[in-house]
Design a protein around this ligand. Structure first.
Ligand code: ASP
Length: 326
């Protein structure tokens, strides 16, 4: 397969414009593709306003932020990942250290935290005020028969400054969110990474697809990369990223490869009634991303309308994803 036309190409989920721009600039300076994607997503991980990854990410049901991340380096076919990592902003950076400095692929929980400390990653409270307030509201709104008063049951206003009319209940959406970033340089070397705070308010210790090699991210340097965001359980159960790469290996175009895998995820997911809507279609979103070794790329979402981000010789731009269901 030919090399990436016009030099380096980087793609990401819709929230990754800063990541792909940075990743491509680094590759053009000769930086390795794995280092480039990890540094690119690091910008979003450190952003307190992005509630889907790193610092500022929404916490688990106990109010603790637990991060998942993975990275894979095509030229050495080596992967690194961490799951349920606490107190560290740059989960993708820790995953890169697993890749570079150990003979392992995945380190989780307290072990991942210890490993990060050993490598000099700073420890900090990951729960921003905005994320804490969203979590507390979610907790209080669970049930009107528990002892955590809903906003509309209280005698005090939301700020707790005066007694008066109860505030209407604010309900936060159940939140997914992740950044996947893949890159190919002008030699045709491919790397990818996926980093997330995972499903909001998850059961402590829940691990999604992002740190699972072959689910949330996969690279085969002879073919390209696949990645996923959205409902991780569905992606894990169909080995989403791995299947994207295998489809491209069979000659399927990148967007078509994503659609093919979404079709399989949809078919299997509706076997569980919780995931069927009234028309028998899946009721959740998954977005898949494909980057081929020659720089061709594509993305598709289960439900419209999503976009993905590309940085190449034409600049950084947002491109609509193909939709499996209209
Ligand atoms: N895939 C992530 C997970 O399931 C969440 C997301 O992408 O929104 O943890």
């Amino acid at each position: 397969m030919s090399r990436a036309p016009g030099g380096a190409v980087s793609i990401s989920s819709g929230n990754g414009a800063r990541a792909v721009t940075r990743a491509r600039a680094l590759m053009l300076d000769g930086v390795d593709t794995a280092l480039s994607v990890v540094e690119g997503v690091g910008i979003v991980e450190a952003d307190p306003d992005d509630m889907s990854v790193g610092y500022g990410g929404l916490p688990n049901e106990r109010g603790v932020v637990q991060l998942d991340a993975s990275v894979m380096h095509g030229p050495t076919h080596k992967a690194g990942s961490v799951a349920a990592l606490e107190d560290v902003v740059h989960a993708a950076g820790v995953a890169l250290k697993v890749l570079q400095t150990t003979d392992h692929v995945m380190i989780v929980g307290a072990g991942a935290r210890e490993f990060a400390i050993a490598h000099g990653f700073p420890i900090q409270n990951m729960l921003t005020e905005k994320a804490r307030e969203a979590w507390l509201r979610w907790k209080q709104n669970h049930s009107s028969t528990d002892d955590w008063l809903d906003e509309d049951q209280r005698d005090w206003d939301r700020e707790g400054t005066k007694v008066g009319r109860a505030d209407p209940k604010l309900v936060d959406p159940f939140t997914y969110g992740t950044i996947h970033c893949a890159a190919v340089n002008e030699n045709g070397d491919v790397s990818a990474c996926t980093t997330t705070s995972g499903l909001s308010y998850k059961i402590p210790g829940r691990v999604g697809d992002s740190p699972i090699i072959g689910a949330g991210m996969f690279v085969d340097n002879e073919v390209g990369s696949g990645g996923a965001t959205g409902r991780g359980e569905a992606v894990i159960q169909s080995c989403g990223a791995y299947e994207i790469v295998r489809a491209m290996e069979r000659g399927v175009e990148p967007t078509q490869a994503c659609l093919e895998v979404l079709g399989r995820i949809a078919k299997k997911s509706v076997l569980q009634k919780r995931h069927r809507d009234e028309r028998g279609r899946v009721n959740f979103n998954v977005v898949l991303y494909a980057l081929r070794k020659d720089g061709a790329h594509g993305s598709a979402c289960m439900l419209p309308s999503r976009s993905y981000t590309v940085a190449d010789a034409q600049g950084t731009r947002s491109i609509p994803c193909a939709a499996y269901f209209d």
